[in-house]
Design a binder for this molecule. Structure first.
Ligand code: ADP
Ligand code: MG
Length: 356
């Protein structure tokens, strides 16, 4: 991913909307590149100056985070990965330590289907590179060797600010969680700046706080084809909506699609799912869970969702059937009324994990 992503599209525009006929309140929308994707910020309830300052601050925050969690360009995470591979005890850079801790917990809850220790597999498949042109699947034996080595977050022992890794096959790649954690930090920062009504939306993955002048935010759910809209849902208060899909990064080889979400058990792109959307109050957990449930697939998503404390799930399988738990179904308006839908048993109230 290129780090040359710092340009602010100067479109801080005030969009007027009608709230219950009598009240109008400007929504300040702005867009910049962060984590290699377009990030849209919508802010309500403050002055234009406050919104402008907030957007500039967030853009700087994202640039720092992008550098800190980049697994393939020199920085704190690559240094961490070198020390993990060496097996020595070392002081973990502060920017990596918290994500490492959170990842250990979420990995465990997901039975290691969310497994940010699979950086070497991601690299082997070539999904770390900027361009996926002319890519082809790697050698089956090389995949099997890495699966056999079984790199996972349990291989890393954290003791205070120190860590030590017992498996040289471990390579951290925070691609499935960094954006979520970054959005959580951005929301925290917005609140510190006195902003309580906003959306931070990075490439369709978002966290929304407050409301749009008393009205819920209307969120589009991406279609599994990657373009277009599958349906809508409304959020207000404080909620995150995250989607993992096989359309995000992929390549075709001999007519078969190879995508960037790897099943750590097989070493191959996860089968059976086209996309997963989850709602959760925390973006970090939502991001990791969308990836984990994608890997879990149509058979196992409920078990993993319960273990991760997720209460709202929509999964589209490779036969184009939309699976939802009843609580999610109540919130989603699908565009296509003919869409095959399968409603699961409720996820129950085992959901516990609220914050990372
Ligand atoms: P997106 O980046 O499209 O939002 P995800 O959040 O699902 O999608 O993250 C996918 C990225 O996470 C991959 O590009 C890769 O870097 C990494 N990754 C792939 N498979 C896994 C996995 N099973 N667990 C954790 N990270 C993964
Ligand atoms: Mg994810």
């Amino acid at each position: 991913m290129s780090t040359a992503v710092r340009f602010l599209i100067p479109l801080l525009t005030a969009v007027l909307f009608l709230g219950g006929c009598e009240k109008t309140e400007p929504v300040y929308n702005s867009r910049f590149l962060a984590f290699g994707t377009l990030t849209d910020i919508s802010i309500v309830g403050v002055t234009r100056e406050q919104a402008e300052t907030a957007v500039e601050t967030l853009e700087e925050d994202f640039a720092i985070m992008h550098k800190a969690w980049h697994a393939w360009a020199p920085g704190p995470l690559t240094r961490t990965n070198n020390l993990l591979a060496e097996g020595v005890r070392f002081a973990v850079p502060p920017s990596v330590l918290t994500l490492m801790r959170i990842s250990k917990r979420l990995s465990h809850q997901s039975e290691h289907l969310f497994n940010p220790a699979v950086g070497k597999l991601v690299e082997l498949w070539g999904f770390q590179s900027d361009s996926l042109e002319d890519h082809r699947p790697p050698d089956a034996e090389a995949i099997a060797r890495l699966v056999e080595a079984n790199p996972n977050m349990d291989d890393i022992e954290i003791d205070g600010i120190h860590a030590q890794c017992s498996n040289p096959a471990v390579k951290l790649d925070f691609g499935a969680i960094g954006k979520g954690y970054g959005i959580d930090l951005a929301i925290e920062h917005l609140r510190e700046m006195g902003i309580n009504n906003a959306i931070v939306n990075s490439g369709g993955d978002l966290r929304a706080i407050g409301s749009r002048g008393g009205h819920p935010w209307r969120i589009a759910i991406r279609s599994p084809s990657g373009s277009g809209t599958l349906g809508f849902l409304y959020v207000s208060g404080d909620e995150s909506v995250f989607t993992s899909g096989n359309y995000e990064r992929n390549y075709l080889w001999k007519g078969k699609l190879y995508h960037h979400i790897i099943d750590p058990r097989s070493g191959y792109p996860a089968q059976g799912t086209r996309s997963v959307t989850v709602i959760h109050d925390n973006a970090t957990v939502a991001d990791a869970a969308a990836t984990a449930l994608f890997v879990a697939g149509p058979k196992d998503w409920r078990r993993i969702a319960r273990q991760m404390g997720i209460k709202y799930v929509l999964l589209i399988d490779t036969d184009n059937v939309v699976h939802m738990n009843p609580a999610m179904q109540k919130r989603v308006q699908l565009m296509n009324k003919e869409q095959p839908v399968k409603i699961s048993e409720p996820l129950g109230d085992q959901a516990t994990a609220k914050t990372p």
